[in-house]
Structures are given as C-alpha cells and as structure tokens.
Design a binder for this molecule. Structure first.
Ligand SMILES: [Zn+2]
Length: 367
C-alpha cells in the first residue's frame, strides 16, 4: 500500500484589478462607471487584493480614498486616450475588469497573452473591444450576474483517489464521506488548503467553482512516508498533563485485561469510549473517566513517560494505529479497519479497545 503526504494549496488572496476609462469617449457615462466600480470594491471578499488604475496610466490609485478623489483623478486622466498596455505591462496574474466606453486601441497586442484571456470589459456605452477576441465584453445590465462570477470562487472541494484512506489532515473544515470509496469534502471555507497523510494513489482535488469545475492532481510532499508518531508530535496541538489521580487510573488501566470505572462504588466495565455508561452516575453522555478530558470529543492520544501522562486531541476522524490498520470514529464508536489486498479494499475488523497502544508509549482512545 502506498502511503504519502499530499498537499492541496489554494492561493489565499487573488488580485482584482479595476481599470476605469476616464477618456472623452466615456465622459457622458462617468457616473455609471463610478457606480459600478464602487459596487465591485464593496463586493470583493476580504482577503482579495484590489487595485485601481485608469486607462493609459501606469500609476496605481488608492481605493481607500476613492469617493473623495475620483472626480479629480478623472480630470488628470481625461486627455490620455484609451490604451491598456501601461497597466497590463505591470500585472502578472489577476482578474481584470475594465469599465468604460469606446475602443481601446492596443488590445490587439494582448490577445495571444494567456494570462489576460479572462479580462472582463464592462461596456457602459459603446464597445471597448470592437472585433478583438480578448476576454469577455458585457453590457452594464449584465453587471450584477458578472459580479458574482468575478472571483470564480471555490464553492466546494472533494479530495479522493485510488484506495484513498486519509488518516490525518490539518484542516478541520474537511470531513469524510463514503461514496464510491472514501473522500474528504468541504464547502464554504475561507481557506481550502489542506495537508493530508493518506494511503492511496492518484489523489486528486476536484474544485467546484462559481464558473466551472477544476481537477488538480495532488503530488506528494516530502520524501519519507508519514509516521504517525511524528504526525502526533509535530502537529500544532499542545500536550496537556493528566492530574495525579488520573495518571494512576491510566497506568492501572493500560496493564489490565478488564478496564473498570475508577469510581470505587461503580467499577462498571469500560469497553469502548472512555466514559462509564452506568446510569448511577446520572450523566446523560456517560461519566468521564478523565475529568481533564471532559470537553473533548473524538480521538485522543496519550503519551506515558517519566514526566507523567500527557494527552492531546487528534484532529481527524481516522487515525493510523498499525501497519495497514486504521481506526475510524463514527457516532461515538471507533472501528478498526485493515486493508484486504485480495479484495482491494478496506474492511472493518473489530471495535477499537479503550486504549490502543501505538509504538513507544503512545496510546489512542476515543472520548
Ligand atoms: Zn462508573
């Protein structure tokens, strides 16, 4: 079974460049131009960088002072004619929106340039593009629809692959679904970036965007196969320490064949979750064996060493517990699965014991 770290990263901020036409051919439509520009600035999601230019002028203008100054900016740019090269010359990648009226003279020079195929021209009077095949030109009445699509936002992401079985991921916005095998899915996230440790090959991320679907192959990062202890130690969750009496319970439990509730008047057997379900405790969700962990849910890792017993939350619904063995938590229960090479799939084996030993004094439990 192949195992690897894969990473899916999405640039956090895209740029949007708004170019206004202050030339004489657009003069009579100026109030509309200002109005549409304002709408773009107001509707651009946080995290996306906005830039403002005027046709024929390489100088960038400060959007923070847009309303107070746009009138005088127009006067300064009024006699310069309609050329886009001074702006495109300094841009590498961005969504570019040009608002104006009347032909832009140098578009022909840019039509073979791959980065500028998605320029949007918003025509408030007469065509700016004429017959040149570059980007899209829309009428101002279609502006509101276009505004939604400007950023081509990601709506959802699905990550899957051949024999894909992730056992660690660092973005809690993703969750597992069973659907023709296992996938990680997310939607409505501000940041879709994720690093995954997983079994499987040919892992891909499919992005549903406002305009279209895009599939990215995820290549593995790093040269070594993931090691579960390294993952536990190096993720950014902090270790906490059990109280002294909890530590005694833990050390007693891990050497016992039968694990019992630490309440001396109960001693009920604990089989799955680290909670006692004896109704005498009067707790709806069970009596927590470790009060320090009473607010935890999901997998927890314990580490026992000479300084004490430490614990930390494990952030994913699946954890690797042995070679080609994982535990998966679902509805307050954890099941052990192993890979069956003949069947080429992951098969359920049995329930996870209350303390499952990993190597070197580490244990995994479900809370
Ligand atoms: Zn009990």
């Amino acid at each position: 079974m192949e195992e690897q770290f894969v990473e899916f990263s999405v640039p956090k901020s895209e740029n949007i460049v708004v170019v206004l036409d202050a030339s004489e051919s657009a003069e009579q439509f100026w109030p509309t131009i200002v109005d549409l520009a304002k709408k773009i600035f107001q509707n651009t999601p946080a995290g996306i960088e906005k830039k403002l230019f005027f046709l024929s002028n390489p100088q960038e203008y400060n959007i923070d002072n847009f309303e107070e100054n746009v009138g005088s900016w127009r006067k300064n740019n009024n006699k310069k004619g309609s050329f886009i090269s001074p702006i495109l010359n300094q841009i590498t990648q961005a969504t570019i929106v040009v608002i104006g009226s009347g032909i832009i003279y140098d578009l022909e020079d840019w039509k073979i340039h791959p980065s500028f195929q998605n320029i949007v021209f918003i025509n408030v009077g007469n065509s700016m593009r004429g017959n040149v095949e570059l980007g899209t030109e829309i009428e101002k009445d279609d502006f509101d629809d276009q505004l939604l699509q400007l950023h081509n936002r990601i709506l959802s992401v699905k990550i899957t692959g051949l024999d894909f079985f992730p056992y660690y991921w660092d973005n809690p916005g993703y969750s597992i679904i069973d659907e023709d095998g296992i996938s990680l899915i997310s939607s409505n996230l501000e940041d879709y970036s994720i690093k995954i440790a997983a079994y499987g090959r040919n892992i891909t991320a499919t992005m549903e965007k406002t305009e279209k679907q895009e599939v990215n192959s995820l290549s593995h990062t790093g040269t070594h196969t993931p090691d579960i202890i390294q993952i536990i130690e190096h993720n950014n969750i902090k270790w906490e320490k059990l109280e002294r009496d909890e530590m005694e319970t833990f050390r007693k439990h891990i050497v016992s064949d039968i694990i019992r509730c630490p309440d001396p008047s109960c001693e009920n057997e604990i089989t799955g979750l680290l909670r006692c379900d004896n109704p005498k405790h009067g707790k709806l969700l069970g009596f927590p064996i470790y009060p320090s962990l009473k607010n935890y849910k999901g997998f927890v890792i314990f580490k026992d060493n000479s300084q004490g017993v430490f614990f930390k939350h494990y952030p994913s619904e699946i954890v690797k517990i042995d070679e080609e063995k994982v535990a998966r938590s679902k509805k307050s229960k954890a099941t052990v699965l192993h890979y069956e090479p003949n069947m080429k799939k992951w098969v359920e084996q049995d329930d996870l014991k209350p303390y499952h030993p990993l190597k070197g004094g580490y244990y995994v439990s479900l809370i």
